[in-house]
Design a protein. Structure first.
Length: 617
């Protein structure tokens, strides 16, 4: 059905609409009280922003999902934006990489870990945080104050004796039944209080327990609690009292830049400012300030666990009541959104706004400095290597194997001097036996360039959209990890495939010399050269990527070979064990009950696996 015909049939009900491009990718997600009126408005208004015009130009299809209310539409919109990351929606920059602090409450003896994925697994998540260093420092502090276990097993395998962490008082030894579950859970609850910013409640709780221990003549326990108290009180001393209301608040203020905005969030808990985080939104050009603020609130609170009772904003938003209702549902009690105009709360918002402006200016300065450094490095390479133009796209290749086994190759791509990780490729060597890096390099370049030629033919014939091609884009410069031998093998493949015109150089590790085809003498760039440093980063990334893939294959092979020795474990059970545990070490740590729950396993085969690893060790 044509797009115009679909629009005629859209119902006048609340819901979410999704625009798609010719490759069936979702490029925009929106919500509406009336789907019919909202979608029609896109084609009736003549003064749309350039962003909307560009989106409509690419849109070839529209889908919609009807909901029972506007609040449901808001929730669904947030979920779809986070899942699909549409090109024309306002997005948190790099929100997939923001770290969270996770407490694994679903486990019998919970752990404290850093993660970048939030899933509904029963754990408690705190974040997201933009400063990874601060997260690591918080984790170190918590592990020092609260001796939670740090082992990685979800379910503890029983041990005869505790590890070193127990002896240095960094773990209570749950694996050896040295602490009961109730006491351990009490400690976990204290960690939650700390991360929620309720240190005052935690201090009262610890002081009460310390006094009880002293009254019961448990002086060693009382001393441990005293040390915990002192450490937490030091944290509290550094926190600034900003509100006499003693309430939980988030204060959000904004600074605008070109097609981006920085929003700083102050976290106020119990009247104290416990932290702040700057977040950057992209795709905000031609948007009103209130629209940007509304979009940020939706993106931010759709991926954070805690919602305070009061939110203070620097900008008013049109859908304040709708968002307040949604946030109240997340919190489980009323959430108030205010835009203070005077008084202490207004001063607090102004302070957040100043921080947002400083963060934006700092980010812009850093980006400009980075761009200048990249342009300088590319200019150096252009001159030193005699290139016709700056190498905006560079590819580097490396080979990795162990005495010729599990031989693999990596293709790493830098664009504008930065890693383009979505374009990295890896190859399992097919035609070469034994440790022959030269032949492996020739096979890799042959396959890569043959794929480029095939894809380009399909693109020219209209049989393959350019956006789906994986190899059609050619580099301005190819770097081979190695010396003359590897370079010669690569050039032979390029000549056979008809791509000998691409500049190619070998970068040898020991003296960091560059070898060029047909030149007897190497090119020596100064050690401090920004161009050489860029090539070193490219080469090191190719080496890392190849070694990582090789290790994955080697682990898989080793796992299979060991499991083959266990009676009752055939190909099917071996495959299911690998799918369930990934590594040999994980299988070693699993209990009989856990092994028996793996598809295809039973109690007898699980007992055989469990016994084999304990007899072997």
């Amino acid at each position: 059905m044509a797009l115009t015909d679909k629009i005629k049939n859209i119902p006048a009900r609340p819901g979410v609409y999704l625009y798609k491009d010719e490759e069936d990718r979702i490029i925009y997600v929106g919500k509406a009280v009336s789907l019919k009126n909202r979608v029609r408005s896109y084609f009736q208004s003549g003064d749309q922003s350039p962003k909307v015009k560009a989106m409509l130009k690419r849109a070839v299809d529209i889908e919609y999902i009807v909901t029972d209310s506007e609040v449901e539409a808001l929730i669904l919109e947030n979920n779809l934006i986070k899942e699909h990351r549409p090109k024309y929606n306002v997005l948190l920059k790099d929100d997939k990489t923001y770290p969270y602090i996770k407490i694994t409450l679903q486990e019998e003896f919970p752990r404290l870990v850093i993660t970048r994925r939030v899933i509904k697994d029963g754990a408690r998540y705190f974040g997201p945080f933009t400063n990874v260093g601060a997260v690591n420092e918080t984790i170190r502090l918590l592990k020092k104050i609260f001796p939670l276990r740090t082992c990685k097993q979800r379910e503890l395998a029983p041990r005869d004796r505790p590890c070193l962490n127990f002896h240095i008082k960094r773990c209570l030894g749950p694996c050896c039944n040295l602490v009961d579950r109730a006491r351990y859970r009490d400690m976990v609850n204290e960690v939650v209080l700390f991360l929620e910013g309720r240190q005052e409640d935690l201090i009262k709780r610890l002081r009460r327990r310390m006094e009880e221990a002293a009254e019961n003549l448990e002086f060693e326990k009382a001393a441990e609690l005293r040390d915990q108290l002192l450490a937490i009180e030091k944290v509290v001393e550094r926190q600034k009292v900003v509100s006499t209301d003693l309430v939980d608040q988030d204060v959000i203020a904004m600074a605008r830049g070109f097609d981006e905005a920085c929003l700083t969030v102050f976290f106020v808990r119990g009247g104290k400012l416990i932290g702040r985080e700057p977040y950057f939104l992209e795709g905000t050009d031609n948007m009103e300030r209130g629209e940007v603020m509304s979009s940020f609130i939706q993106r931010f609170y759709s991926q954070t666990e805690f919602v305070p009772a009061e939110i203070l904003l620097s900008e008013d938003i049109e859908d304040k009541q709708l968002i307040s209702t949604w946030l109240s549902g997340l919190r489980g009690s009323k959430v108030t959104i205010k835009v203070p105009q005077r008084g202490d709360k207004h001063k607090l918002v102004e302070m957040a706004a100043q921080n947002a402006l400083l963060s934006l200016e700092q980010a812009q300065l850093e980006r400009q400095a980075g761009r200048d450094a990249i342009d300088g490095a590319l200019a150096e390479l252009t001159a030193a290597l005699g290139l016709e133009r700056p190498p905006r796209r560079m590819e580097c290749y490396d080979i990795s194997n162990t005495q010729g086994t599990e031989s693999v190759a990596s293709m790493v791509v830098f664009e504008e001097g930065k890693p383009a990780k979505d374009q990295y490729r890896r190859f399992k060597i097919r035609t070469v036996e034994g440790p022959n890096d030269f032949a492996s390099m020739k096979e890799t370049l042959s396959r890569r360039l043959a794929k480029a030629r095939e894809e380009q033919t399909l693109i020219d014939a209209g049989q393959l959209p350019a956006g789906r091609a994986k190899f059609s884009r050619l580099p301005d410069l190819i770097i081979i990890d190695g010396g003359k031998g590897q370079l010669s093998a690569a050039r032979e493949a390029m000549l056979e495939q008809g791509f000998a015109h691409i500049p190619t150089f070998g970068l040898a590790k020991e003296e960091e010399l560059l070898f060029a085809p047909g030149r007897p003498d190497p090119i020596r760039l100064p050690r401090e050269s920004r161009g050489l440093q860029m090539l070193q980063r490219l080469r090191d990334e190719a080496h890392r990527f190849a070694v990582t893939y090789h290790r994955q294959l080697r682990k898989k092979r080793n796992l299979k070979s060991v499991l083959d020795e266990i009676e009752g474990i055939g190909p099917v059970r071996r495959r299911e064990l690998y799918k369930a545990y990934k590594t040999l070490e994980a299988i070693k740590q699993a209990s009989v009950e856990e092994l028996a729950r793996v598809p295809g396993m039973n109690s007898k085969s699980a007992e055989a696996v469990y016994r084999y690893f304990r007899e072997e060790t």
